[in-house]
Design a protein around this ligand. Structure first.
Ligand code: FES
Length: 240
C-alpha cells in the first residue's frame, strides 16, 4: 500500500493551518501569509538553522525553536512574534554586526543588503555589545568577483548554492568561532580555483556585500535570486 505524507493541523499566531508532516513551520507560515524573519534561509537551498533569526515559540517547549528546520507536529501552537522573540532577534543581529566590519556607508550592497534591512526593521541604531574590529582580508584575485570577509556573516548560502545547485562545491567553511571564514578550494585564492565555474550564483545568493561583482561601487551591487527555485525543480526532474 502506497501512503503519502500525513496531514497535520496546528495553529500559527492563533490561525488554524494544515500542513504535510514533512513541512517546516517556516514553509507553512509563509504559505499562510505569516512573515518570519530569516537570514541564512533561502528558498531552493537546504535549510541549516544557522542564523537563528527565525526563532519562534512553541507552546510546551521552553526554548524557542528555529522555524526553518523544525517540522510541524499535530496540535502545535506556534507564536511567531512576541517581545521575547524580538529581543532574541535583535541580539542575533547585534552579534552579527559586532563580529565583523559592517560599515554600510562604504559597502557595495548598501541599500540592497538583507542584514541591513533586518537592522532597520528591528530599529537597530547602535549595539549594546562591543565591536570586535577583526582584521579580515579582501580576496580580489578572481577576474569577475570579490570576496570581502569583513562583510561575511557565515550564512553558508554560497557554500550551499555552489554544492547543491551548481554542483561545483568550490566553497567551504574553514576554522571555528571568530576565526571561521568561507574558503575556496582548500583555502586557495578564489582566482586560482580549479573548480569555480564563474557562474556567479554564490555572489547573488550572498545576503550582504561579502560577495560582489567587480566594478560595482558603493550602493551599486544588487542581487538577483529568482533562478533558485526553478533550478531546484529542474534538478528534481519536475515540470516548472
Ligand atoms: Fe532559520 Fe537562519 S533562517 S536559522
Amino acid at each position: 500500500m502506497i501512503t503519502g505524507p500525513r496531514i497535520k493541523t496546528l495553529t500559527i499566531d492563533d490561525k488554524p493551518v494544515g500542513a504535510r508532516e514533512d513541512e517546516t513551520i517556516l514553509t507553512i507560515a509563509r504559505e499562510n501569509g505569516i512573515r518570519i524573519p530569516t537570514l541564512c534561509h533561502l528558498e531552493g537551498l537546504t535549510p541549516i538553522g544557522g542564523c537563528r533569526l527565525c526563532l519562534v515559540e512553541v507552546k510546551g517547549i521552553a526554548r524557542p525553536v528555529a522555524a526553518c528546520v523544525t517540522s510541524v507536529q499535530e496540535g502545535m501552537e506556534v507564536t511567531t512574534d512576541s517581545p521575547r522573540l524580538t529581543q532574541y532577534r535583535r541580539m542575533v543581529l547585534e552579534l552579527l554586526f559586532s563580529e565583523r566590519n559592517h560599515v554600510c556607508s562604504v559597502c557595495v550592497s548598501n541599500g540592497g543588503c538583507d542584514l541591513q534591512d533586518l537592522a532597520q526593521e528591528f530599529g537597530l541604531t547602535h549595539l549594546t555589545v562591543p565591536y570586535q574590529y577583526p582584521r579580515h582580508k579582501v580576496d580580489a584575485s578572481h577576474p569577475w568577483f570579490t570576496l570581502d570577509h569583513n562583510r561575511c556573516i557565515l550564512c553558508t548560502r554560497c557554500v550551499r548554492v555552489c554544492d547543491e545547485i551548481e554542483g561545483a562545491h568550490t566553497w567551504d567553511l574553514f576554522g571555528r568561532g571568530m576565526q571561521a571564514r568561507v574558503i575556496t578550494d582548500l583555502n586557495q585564492p578564489w582566482g586560482s580555483s580549479q573548480t569555480c565555474t564563474g557562474c556567479g550564483k554564490c555572489v547573488h545568493v550572498c545576503p550582504t556585500g561579502a560577495l560582489s561583482e567587480k566594478g560595482k561601487s558603493v550602493r551599486e551591487m544588487r542581487k538577483s535570486r529568482e533562478f533558485l527555485p526553478y533550478l531546484r525543480l529542474m534538478r528534481q526532474g519536475r515540470q516548472v
